[in-house]
Design a binder for this molecule. Structure first.
Ligand SMILES: [Zn+2]
Length: 376
């Protein structure tokens, strides 16, 4: 395990490749942003939007997937108020057992802000079964439901005949998942190759015995369907020089976004602005930390280092303190939902800990072998 020499990105992130000088692709991208002509990029965006502008009889110019969180709230407001276009917002709703009141309030706030929102809710029984199977087979409860989150947007773009999809972050440039890079910095049609979407396929879901017709929400449209319907995903993050967790959170909070009041010890979330609509992504971030040696705190700290808001040493301290944190309450409510004991939860987590990176002690503690910032 090696760390980027500028930020605290480890090379254990799936699909990442550091540059020869030991710098991670996200830092390299950020460094190049200094030379970017933002006005030029804004004009490129205006051209793209102009070419997709709604014709007669059409009401929407583009479609945006929203969770009611910081990124989607910022995107929706920005494209409507700054660019004067009319987006249809699509929200894939968590089932009643999972969604938080805060999440519901944030979607309501978008509707009250004057947006049209289509809410898609996959059958809760199938969802629950897939969450349980994914956790027991991969120690990643979100393996199927993330597919539904991503798929709902192009699926509804096809259904509503709106070819332009605006997406937020470019996972290739902004996180380092290089398989997603497209023809240009804003072309998002390779999003399908990101680690989340490309691993595993549907086979394991079919093996659960769920009727294939209930799997429709979990199927990302094929490249042929994209072509047939002329779908184009455009990353908005490429056009916004100040795209970051903290900035999007700030922008959205002043526009009515309800944020978390949890302690950082409960969530590993230093800004309190992520995963507002449910609580179990936090436990998945904890598990991700035990699998790859980095979690939510690392992602946040890296952005702050690049923006010069904190030093690398300060970042190390924060990561050591908070990465992998998750409230016992969230673990308990998750176990109750998928009907397993907390003991079984930990048995499953312990079995999936990356033994190259961590030791599991006899009393169940998981201790890193690596040093943050130095590696192994
Ligand atoms: Zn870096």
């Amino acid at each position: 395990m090696k760390y980027c020499t500028v930020c605290l990105q480890p090379d254990t992130r799936p699909n990442i490749q550091f540059l020869e000088n030991g710098i991670c692709p996200a830092c390299n991208y950020f460094d190049k942003l200094k030379e970017v002509d933002w006005q030029e990029r804004f004009e490129i965006l205006e051209d793209i939007l102009g070419s997709y502008k709604r014709g007669p009889g059409k009401y929407f110019d583009c479609i945006i997937g929203v969770s009611g969180g910081k990124d989607s709230t910022r995107q929706a407001l920005w494209v409507r108020d700054k660019l004067g276009i009319n987006p249809l917002l699509v929200c894939l709703s968590y089932p009643p057992e999972q969604i938080t009141q805060r999440g519901t309030n944030n979607i309501s706030a978008l509707i009250e802000n004057g947006f049209d929102v289509v809410i898609s809710s996959p059958a809760p029984g199938v969802w629950k079964k897939l969450v349980k199977e994914a956790f027991l087979s991969f120690t990643n409860w979100a393996k199927a439901t993330e597919l539904a989150l991503f798929s709902s947007v192009p699926q509804l773009a096809i259904r509503y005949n709106i070819p332009l999809i605006l997406w937020g972050e470019n996972p290739g440039l902004q996180l380092g998942d290089m398989k997603t890079l497209g023809r240009t910095g804003y072309d998002g049609n390779n999003l399908r190759y990101m680690n989340t979407l490309s691993g595993g396929g549907l086979d394991w879901m079919l093996e659960t015995g769920i009727d294939p017709k209930h799997m429709i929400p979990y199927q990302y449209p094929t490249p042929e369907e994209f072509k047939h319907h002329n779908l184009q995903i455009v990353y908005l993050g490429w056009f916004l020089g100040d795209w970051s967790v903290a900035n999007n959170g700030l922008y959205s909070a002043v526009n009515g976004l309800e944020i978390r009041i949890d302690s950082v010890e409960n969530t590993g979330d230093l800004a309190g602005v992520s995963c507002l609509d449910e609580d179990w992504v936090t436990l998945n971030q904890m598990i991700k930390y035990y699998k790859f040696g980095f979690g939510k705190t690392t992602d946040f700290v890296n952005e702050e280092i690049r923006f010069g808001k904190i030093s690398r040493d300060q970042g190390i301290e924060l990561i050591q303190k908070y990465d992998g944190c998750c409230s016992d309450e969230y673990i308990a409510s998750f176990c109750e939902y998928i009907e397993i004991t907390v003991e079984d939860f930990w048995k499953q987590v312990h079995a999936s800990v990356n033994s190259e990176l961590f030791d599991v002690t006899k009393d169940g503690k998981i201790l890193p072998k690596f040093r943050v910032g130095e590696g192994l």
